[in-house]
Design a protein around this ligand. Structure first.
Ligand SMILES: [Zn+2]
Length: 77
């Protein structure tokens, strides 16, 4: 699935540099339910995009993992 790779962008198009530039990720904001990351052009420092990471995703993943661990296979299966 190539689409998932774009979620963690390593380079984005920069209007100021007029080409796809490598970016660095910076934690912009931490909210109770999510974290917002800023993508900055490594050449000029312009903000090229943002990414939101919902903490509910993490919680859901954790809960799912716990549920999977707790739900032991029944001897009948
Ligand atoms: Zn740039």
């Amino acid at each position: 699935m190539k689409q998932f790779e774009s979620l963690r962008a390593s380079s984005l198009y920069c209007n100021r540099c007029k080409s796809a530039m490598p970016v660095r990720e910076r934690l912009l904001l931490v909210l109770p339910d999510k974290e917002i990351y800023d993508y900055l052009c490594t050449a000029c420092g312009d903000s090229l995009g943002q990414r939101e990471v919902g903490s509910s995703e993490k919680l859901m993943t954790r809960a799912a993992a716990q549920r999977a661990r707790g739900a032991r296979r029944s001897p009948l299966l």
